[in-house]
Design a protein around this ligand. Structure first.
Ligand SMILES: Nc1ncnc2c1ncn2[C@@H]1O[C@H](COP(=O)(O)OP(=O)(O)OP(=O)(O)O)[C@@H](O)[C@H]1O
Length: 310
């Protein structure tokens, strides 16, 4: 049965299933640069795993290793228990990468037929069209489609082989919020069908909405791993927004303050213990106003984790 938008696959059932792909103590060096440093990572069936990290963290390197495009300097890479470079393994993987380019002068249906021909057990055309929401676009030239429609075609091509493991490298970059949400629904449906999905994104809202599990990496190492909710509590951060005369550098120096950012005429403070920060602020400035205290967003957690590392 397919899960609905509001009912993601329960995490406990994902954790019981065997890993579809695994990086075991993987180090990857490019000359003097260590892109990945003894990294362990597993992706499970029915799971959307989001890999988050700042530029140069090692996300693309991890995906390229799992796709069998590069070899590790040390450690092992396994996809469905085998070397990802095996041709039998490759036919069970689908990828929508930022570098994916397809000819503009073929029709959508021709692209689907071509990609299906690469695989021994492709998904049916009707299923691809339905999952990628390409109804009515089959006879259109790829080059004449809108950005959102093109992304949907690339998503459709990534699933042509009925893959067990799907890589989505920033799949919604440049899309408007409506197209982005539509693609999220498609990704959820893939996971509900038991596919393992590895997603990289710079939209933390996307990881929060979509991922069963998030791994934050920086400089080739894992900084945090867990459900989006667990990552958020990892920083136990709360967000304080208020209007105050307190100096920002003074606020930054208060114990437990992770971040201070101006927000129009107000200030947004991320802090582990908001009560203590507020006590100090009220002692310092009795005119504090427009006060709001809320739970940290994934974005706050991500910033706190990567800034702590820096
Ligand atoms: N072919 C290569 N030759 C040399 N260095 C490389 C190569 N590929 C990646 N690197 C370096 O390895 C590190 C990790 O890069 P990687 O592309 O995996 O990061 P990323 O997390 O995907 O970054 P982004 O979000 O910017 O795409 C970076 O320092 C990068 O410059």
């Amino acid at each position: 049965m397919l899960a609905t938008l509001d009912e993601p696959t329960p995490v406990y059932s994902i954790l019981r299933s065997p890993a579809v792909a695994r990086l075991h103590s993987v180090t990857k060096r490019y000359g003097a640069i260590t892109a990945l440093d003894t990294l362990n990572l597993a992706i499970n069936a029915g799971e959307v795993l989001a890999l988050l990290g700042p530029n140069g963290a090692g996300k693309t390197t991890a995906i390229r290793l799992l796709l069998g495009l590069i070899s590790p300097t040390a450690g092992s890479v396994r996809v469905m228990g085998r070397d990802p470079r095996d041709s039998a393994t490759r036919t069970r993987i689908g990828a929508m990468l930022q570098v994916t380019r397809v000819p503009e002068t073929l029709r959508v249906r021709e692209h689907i037929d071509l990609f299906r021909s690469y695989y021994p057990h492709p998904m049916s055309v009707a299923e691809i069209v339905r999952l990628a929401r390409l109804e009515g676009l089959e006879d259109r030239f790829f080059g004449k489609l809108s950005g959102g429609q093109k992304q949907r075609v690339l998503f459709g091509l990534a699933i042509c082989g009925n893959p067990d493991l799907v890589f989505l490298d920033e799949p919604t970059v440049g899309l408007d919020i409506e197209s982005r949400r539509a693609l999220w629904a498609q990704v959820r449906e893939l996971a509900a069908r038991g596919k393992a999905v590895l997603l990289t994104t710079h939209y933390l809202e996307e990881a929060d909405a979509l991922a069963h599990r998030v791994i934050v990496i920086d400089k080739g190492k894992i900084l945090a791993e867990g459900t989006p909710a667990q990552i958020k509590t990892r920083v136990t951060g709360r967000r304080i927004r208020c209007v105050t005369d307190c100096d920002h550098s003074w606020l930054r120096a208060l114990p437990g303050v992770a971040d201070v950012q101006p927000d129009r005429d107000a200030v947004v403070i991320t802090a582990t213990a908001p009560e203590a920060v507020l006590r100090e602020m009220f002692l310092h400035d009795a005119t504090v106003s427009d006060l709001e205290v809320s739970t940290a967003a994934l974005e706050d957690a991500f910033l706190a984790l990567t800034q702590a590392q820096a």
